[in-house]
Design a protein around this ligand. Structure first.
Ligand SMILES: [Zn+2]
Length: 373
């Protein structure tokens, strides 16, 4: 089976171009009606299936969830890649943020794409496409926690917008509502990482995740009556979550035949990017890929870089400058497993329950909820 989400409804990358069209009163593939201002709320890690499972705890969100309000996010189903896709309207093969942690070939190192910016990885260069906020067609405002205001990832994905910090979820809605009301033609991005953080710590099936969902639903419910005439609000997500217990961790370094010849292990536990030693002969590269297929082909989608590119994993086209950032071997978990390199994995990384990065429907299918309905 070739993993694909094509034909599975609209894509996350179409959301902001659709909003811009709605602000300009133009028809758009999402069918969004003309709007005065639009608020796009991103609930990090809110998969459509998890929301459905906890619908009794999120009446407003779940009440807007129908079969036509589910869209697909791209792979890797990870925050850095997906939020960059959302904010640029382009696929990872074009914007260049192709995973959670990827190879900077010039620096011969793996760089975390959320918090590892700097040095040779300049957010204004490494993320290669203009953001929607830079397009000049709308007035862009981003609302998020204070600590993200000056981050490299914010510069990579939200440049061109006015960043307004607010630490509490309810306060973020207040700031977003104010921005939407103060001038027509405003596109507001509102970021909520709290549910994702709860899922990583304890899983989406935990009480902590449910509590975070309830808090978000409560803040949304309180905000909607104050949206303002002609304004619209959308709720979407960058990816969903799969809970993986520690007993399902696969330690790749325990099998020498799977790591000999690998110089760097990048990506994340459900979407490994493995980079060869530069001097590894072609015949050994092919043999290493074959060993991965034989060992993990049942419970993971294992692909060589060229195969994955040809199958469209990173979008219709991958720019030559972006290709070396993609693993020579990609290992995308199918089942409830997560791949770790115990030589380098931190205690915190090993303690993570909620995971994502791969192609399963729980990870790729996210809501696109519209308010007013
Ligand atoms: Zn995320």
């Amino acid at each position: 089976m070739v993993p694909t989400t094509s034909g599975a409804g609209p894509h996350l990358g179409a959301v902001l171009p659709g909003c811009v069209a709605a602000l300009l009163g133009r028809k758009n593939p999402l069918g969004l009606p003309a709007a005065r201002s639009v608020i796009v709320v991103v609930v990090d890690g809110l998969g459509a299936s998890a929301l459905k499972s906890r619908r009794g705890h999120a009446r407003t969100l779940a009440g807007a969830l129908t079969s036509s309000s589910v869209i697909t996010t791209g792979v890797p189903t990870t925050t850095a890649a997906a939020l960059t896709t959302l904010m640029t309207g382009e696929d990872p093969g074009q914007h260049g943020v192709v995973g959670y942690a990827v190879l900077d070939e010039a620096g011969d190192r793996v760089v975390n794409q959320l918090n590892g910016w700097g040095g040779s990885v300049d957010p204004l260069v490494w993320q290669r496409r203009p953001t929607i906020f830079e397009s000049g067609t709308v007035r862009g405002v981003a609302v998020g926690a204070k600590k993200y205001r000056s981050s490299g990832f914010t510069a990579a994905t939200l440049r061109g917008g006015d960043y307004r910090p607010a630490d509490e979820i309810g306060e973020r809605f207040d700031v977003a509502l104010e921005a939407a009301r103060e001038a027509p033609g405003t596109l507001v991005y509102l970021y909520i990482p709290e549910a994702d953080q709860a899922a990583h710590a304890e899983g989406w099936q935990s009480d902590r995740w449910t509590a975070a969902l309830e808090e978000i639903d409560g803040a949304l419910t309180a905000a909607l009556p104050r949206l303002g005439k002609g304004n619209a609000l959308l709720v979407t997500a960058d990816h969903g979550i799969v809970d993986v217990p520690g007993s399902r961790h696969v330690l790749i370094d325990e099998r020498r035949e799977l790591v000999d010849g690998v110089r760097h292990v990048g990506g994340e536990p459900r979407m490994l990017h493995l980079y060869f030693e530069p001097d590894l002969p072609d015949v050994e590269r092919a043999a290493l890929l074959d060993r991965w297929r034989a060992a993990e082909g049942e419970r993971a989608w294992v692909r060589g870089r060229d195969e994955a590119i040809a199958e469209g994993w990173f979008g219709a086209a991958v720019d030559a400058e972006v290709a070396p950032r993609i693993g020579d071997i990609l290992v995308a978990a199918r089942g409830s497993v997560a791949y770790y390199d115990s030589r380098t994995a931190t205690v915190g990384a090993r303690a993570m329950i909620g995971q994502h990065g791969s192609w399963t429907p729980e990870e790729t299918r996210v809501p696109l909820l519209r308010f007013p309905a």
